[in-house]
Structure formats: structure tokens, C-alpha cells
Design a binder for this molecule. Structure first.
Ligand SMILES: C[C@@]1(CC(=O)O)C2=NC(=C\c3[nH]c(c(CCC(=O)O)c3CC(=O)O)Cc3[nH]c(c(CC(=O)O)c3CCC(=O)O)/C=C3\N/C(=C\2)[C@@H](CCC(=O)O)[C@]3(C)CC(=O)O)/[C@H]1CCC(=O)O
Ligand SMILES: NC(=O)c1ccc[n+]([C@@H]2O[C@H](COP(=O)([O-])OP(=O)(O)OC[C@H]3O[C@@H](n4cnc5c(N)ncnc54)[C@H](O)[C@@H]3O)[C@@H](O)[C@H]2O)c1
Length: 283
């Protein structure tokens, strides 16, 4: 990666586009349309799908029947109509086997300043799709900027191997903690805002991903009460031990009182058997 490549243009802006409750038109209902539908559904947008019934692919059919009741997908079984379909659209995607019509739709969108992606016609797209990794709030997009879509899919597989699977959960917990912190220290900017950011930053740096993924409400409260509220200190996982110890004691009490007897009996029996085994082997 050279610096020139980074700064001289030729790249695209990587952003997390917020489409919740916006309206997206998809024209065409084949295999590509079904992939587009899946990419859009996660955003919470409403999809208007315009495609004749006879050309609908099996995956698209499944998705339409699954989401039609919620109103998240409205399927209009006919060909694209210039006069009606583009009205009030926030985004348009063509997934057609008819390049001429795709081009026409792109030009209509340009006139209306609606962002558009035309599958198969990169030079007419306002934005490209990419390979994705999703784990809860974690979203990774791999883009080769039109050079090699298959390569994007292969790189996704490589990246997936480098993830533990705990990242999404850890991010969720950090999100909750940030919310709690903002309740205690509301407002934007100022000294408190700077302290809040410093505290959050340090906490994410000090805590391991695995520890963050295990963060529970009582530990969050402890971190905020004993750390943030007292002297803005970031406690390490070890320093939250009092709360963890209390949790452990609760678990032990639970095992002993709620049918834990059989577990303990099994443990003692196991220990006796192991002892006998090693005594026998030692002879
Ligand atoms: C990433 C992914 C996301 C998705 O589509 O959701 C995606 N294409 C995927 C797969 C894929 N697409 C094609 C193949 C066959 C092998 C091959 O050609 O390499 C495979 C491989 C396969 O099927 O495994 C055919 C193809 N694709 C485009 C053209 C037109 C052209 O290049 O001229 C042609 C016909 C070429 C021809 O006729 O020869 C164009 C685009 N495809 C893009 C995205 C955008 C650029 C993304 C980027 O560069 O990073 C861009 C520019 C526009 C757009 O569609 O937004 C998804 C894989 C991820 C996943 O598996 O999740
Ligand atoms: N970008 C990518 O990643 C990628 C990958 C593979 C293929 N493609 C290209 O994307 C296009 C779509 O691929 P596909 O496999 O989904 O094709 P497909 O033939 O399965 O689907 C085309 C759909 O368009 C509909 N259609 C045709 N005319 C219409 C009209 N006037 N109004 C509304 N709907 C109409 C058909 O009924 C059908 O549902 C092709 O050109 C293909 O080469 C792109």
C-alpha cells in the first residue's frame, strides 16, 4: 500500500450508510436481486421490488413471502414503470438481465438525484456493494473497488479466520457501557466529554476482547461507581474481582442448593475412582 495510492484519488468513500425506514427500489427479481434484498434488509429499510412474477428466483420468492406481512418488502408483479416507481425513493438498485433498461433507469435516477447501483455496469454505479462480514454490530466490508469481486469474497474467508467470534458480543457490551456512562455524564464536548472519551478509550485498550464480551450489568455498575464516578479511574478486569467473587459465590450457592448435591456426589465418586485407578497402576 503506497502513500500515493492512498491519497491521489481512485478510491471510494467507505461509509456505514444509515437506511433505517428509508425506501429502496429494486428492479428485477433474480439471483442478484435476492442478494441485494438480503443486504438491504439488515438496514431496516423498506424495499419496493418491481419484477414480473415469471422471472422471480427461488430465493427472492422465499424472502418476499417471509417479509411481506411486516411490510418490509412490497412486491409489485410487473415491469418497471418510469412514472410511478421512482417516486420518493432514497436509493435504487437494478438487478436486470436488460442492460439498456438498467442504463435508462440510472439516467432517470441521476435526473432525480437518487443514488443508484446497476448490477453489471460499474461505470454507471454511484456506489458498489462489497463482500461482508457481520457479527451483531460489527460490520466489515471488503471492497476491491470493482477490480475483482471474487477476490473480495476470498479475502473475507481469510479475515474470518482471524476473528474469535466474540467481537460482536464485546462491541455490544461496550455499547451498553457507553450508554450508561453517557447517562452519568451527558452532553457533548467540554471537559467532561473529553474525560468520557479518554475513559472509554482506555477501557477498550486495557480490557481483552474476551473480558469485554463477558461484561455483565453488575460489573458495569461497579466500573462506573468505583472507577468513573470516584476519580475517573479505569479499573482493570482484576480490580473488578470483588464483584466477580460475589457472582462466583452466588453460582456456588446455586449449585449446592438447587440440585447441586448430585453434581458434588458425582465429583467425589469421580475423584475416588481416579484415586483407585492411579493406586492400581502404580503397582
Ligand atoms: C462483492 C460482491 C457483493 C455483492 O454483489 O453483493 C460483488 N460481486 C460479488 C460477486 C461476483 N460478481 C461477479 C462474479 C463472477 C466472477 C468475477 O467476475 O470476478 C462474482 C464472484 C462470485 O459470484 O463468487 C460478476 C460481476 N460483478 C461485477 C461485474 C461487472 C464488471 O466487473 O464489469 C460482474 C461481471 C463480470 C463479467 O461479466 O465478467 C461488478 C461488481 N460486483 C461487485 C460486488 C461490485 C464490485 C465489488 C468489488 O470489487 O469489491 C461491482 C463493481 C458492482 C456491484 O455489483 O455493486 C459479490 C461477492 C461477495 C460475496 O460473496 O458476498
Ligand atoms: N454485480 C454482481 O455481483 C453480479 C453477479 C452476477 C451477475 N450479475 C449481473 O446482474 C444481472 C442480474 O443477474 P441475475 O442473475 O439476477 O439475472 P436474472 O435473469 O435471474 O434476473 C433478472 C430479473 O430481471 C427481471 N426483469 C426483466 N425485465 C424487467 C423489467 N422491464 N422490469 C422489471 N424486472 C425485469 C426478470 O424478470 C428477472 O427477475 C445480470 O446482468 C448479471 O450478468 C452481476
Amino acid at each position: 500500500m503506497t502513500e500515493a495510492k492512498q491519497t491521489s484519488g481512485g478510491g471510494s468513500l467507505l461509509i456505514a450508510w444509515q437506511l433505517s425506514n428509508k425506501r429502496v427500489l429494486i428492479v428485477g427479481g433474480g439471483e442478484v436481486a435476492s442478494q441485494r434484498i438480503e443486504s438491504i434488509l439488515v438496514t431496516g429499510a423498506t424495499i419496493l421490488l418491481v419484477s414480473p412474477a415469471e422471472g422471480i428466483g427461488s430465493r427472492t420468492k422465499e424472502l418476499v413471502s417471509k417479509y411481506k406481512e411486516s411490510g418490509k418488502i412490497v412486491h409489485i408483479r410487473r415491469k418497471f414503470s418510469e412514472t410511478e416507481d421512482l417516486e420518493n425513493m432514497d436509493m435504487v438498485l437494478t438487478a436486470l438481465d436488460d442492460n439498456e433498461l438498467s442504463e435508462k433507469i440510472v439516467h432517470m435516477c441521476r435526473e432525480r438525484r437518487i443514488p443508484v447501483n446497476a448490477a453489471d455496469i460499474p461505470h454507471l454505479c454511484d456506489f458498489y456493494f462489497g463482500a461482508q462480514i457481520r457479527d451483531g454490530p460489527l460490520q466489515i466490508m471488503i471492497s476491491t473497488n470493482g477490480n475483482g469481486p471474487r477476490m473480495a469474497a476470498l479475502i473475507r474467508t481469510r479475515l474470518q479466520k482471524g476473528l474469535t467470534g466474540l467481537e460482536g458480543r464485546a462491541i455490544e457490551k461496550v455499547g451498553l457501557l457507553r450508554e450508561r456512562l453517557k447517562e452519568r455524564a451527558p452532553g457533548v464536548g467540554g471537559i467532561e466529554g473529553r474525560q468520557r472519551m479518554k475513559w472509554m478509550k482506555e477501557l477498550c485498550d486495557i480490557w481483552e476482547m474476551e473480558d469485554l464480551a463477558m461484561l455483565e450489568e453488575p460489573t458495569m455498575e461497579f466500573l462506573l461507581n468505583e472507577g468513573w464516578s470516584k476519580d475517573r479511574k479505569v479499573l482493570s478486569p482484576m480490580e473488578t474481582m470483588p464483584i466477580l467473587r460475589t457472582k462466583k459465590q452466588t453460582v456456588i450457592r446455586h449449585v449446592v442448593t438447587e440440585g447441586g448435591q448430585s453434581t458434588i456426589t458425582a465429583f467425589i465418586l469421580g475423584a475416588v475412582c481416579a484415586g483407585l485407578f492411579f493406586t492400581y497402576r502404580g503397582r
